[in-house]
Design a protein around this ligand. Structure first.
Ligand SMILES: NC(=O)c1ccc[n+]([C@@H]2O[C@H](COP(=O)([O-])OP(=O)(O)OC[C@H]3O[C@@H](n4cnc5c(N)ncnc54)[C@H](OP(=O)(O)O)[C@@H]3O)[C@@H](O)[C@H]2O)c1
Length: 275
């Protein structure tokens, strides 16, 4: 893995996170190349990570074993079509982190039968605590799968999908998921303030409670329903709160919310593929 050359197309937030993660994992900076149109961003990448940064996509891709598409989803089709002859000639593995853009569409823009891995990371990848689902098309070798896994693991947990259609569910749960927790934190903080706490105290207690609950759930051998049961004594304060949440159909609201997100992911994939 360490001797592989990885070219990033787009040097924005996601590319920076992956580069930071790879360097922390001791991947040599000399093997990381970035194409980024903005001169200031290129200078910052060179200064922060000592990687090679180029204005032209074709220059960054020259000789790369892996090409990571880290541009906005609506730019992917043009970028891939421009680089297709070079990627075909080199046999590079293409990894796309662009939300919603399907493997089959990228493969057809590349000319067909090319190895493509689609990754769906989420924003906590920016602080190396991401959750990423990966899907590989049939042209991807075992060695290339390992390579993709090592790269994405640099920014957090990874899971493989056997069926790309599951990406819509992944988008609904972990892709859009950070926003659901932010919305919950916002509501808890506001309720805390309505009980008389100052904003800063309500904010800190909410965030630390969210972190502590997530860490407990990750480290415990018990399911979350058992953890919930253990902190909910009959007739106690937690039970009073949980009764209210259940009366408001919390589970039903999440069910409807995630189904709406998955439907929208399906529509967006269709729109991006029609470009
Ligand atoms: N940020 C996240 O947490 C996150 C999570 C999941 C998935 N993703 C996916 O990751 C991808 C990148 O997101 P991001 O947040 O890193 O976006 P970003 O910060 O906007 O980075 C994209 C970079 O690519 C540059 N660019 C635009 N057109 C280009 C081209 N033709 N060739 C080379 N570079 C080009 C952009 O420059 P200009 O600004 O000048 O256009 C920008 O610097 C997106 O597809 C997104 O769906 C991101």
């Amino acid at each position: 893995m360490n001797e592989k050359t990885i070219a990033f197309i787009g040097g924005g937030n996601m590319a920076r996170s992956l580069i930071g993660g790879l360097i922390a994992d001791r991947h040599p900076a000399a093997g990381l190349r970035v194409a980024e149109p903005d001169a200031e961003r290129r200078e910052a990448l060179i200064a922060d990570f000592e990687v090679q940064a180029f204005q032209e996509n074709a220059t960054a891709v020259r000789g790369a074993d892996v090409v990571i598409l880290a541009v906005k989803p609506n730019r992917v089709a043009d970028v891939v079509r421009e680089l297709a002859p070079q990627i075909q000639a080199q046999g590079s593995l293409v990894i796309s982190v662009a939300a919603g853009v399907r493997c089959a569409d990228i493969d057809s823009w590349l000319g067909g039968d090319r190895p493509v891995v689609r990754a769906m990371p989420n924003t906590p990848a920016l602080v190396q605590t991401g959750a990423t689902a990966l899907f590989a098309n049939a042209a991807v070798s075992n060695e290339q799968r390992d390579l993709a896994e090592t790269i994405l693991r640099a920014v957090g947990l990874i899971v493989w999908l056997d069926d790309e259609r599951d990406m819509n569910a992944v988008t609904a749960i972990s892709g859009s998921g950070p926003a659901y927790f932010f919305a919950t934190m916002e509501a808890m903080q506001s309720a805390g303030e309505s009980l008389g706490l100052d904003a800063r105290t309500a904010h800190l207690l909410t965030l630390e409670t969210a972190l502590g609950a997530a860490r407990m759930a990750l480290e415990s051998a018990e399911d979350v329903d058992e953890l919930k049961r253990r902190v909910t004594s009959p007739g106690g304060t937690t039970a009073a709160a949980i009764d209210e949440l259940e009366a408001g159909d919390l589970a039903g609201a999440y069910h409807r919310a995630l189904h709406a997100a998955a439907r929208r992911a399906e529509e967006l994939g269709q729109e991006l593929g029609d470009q």
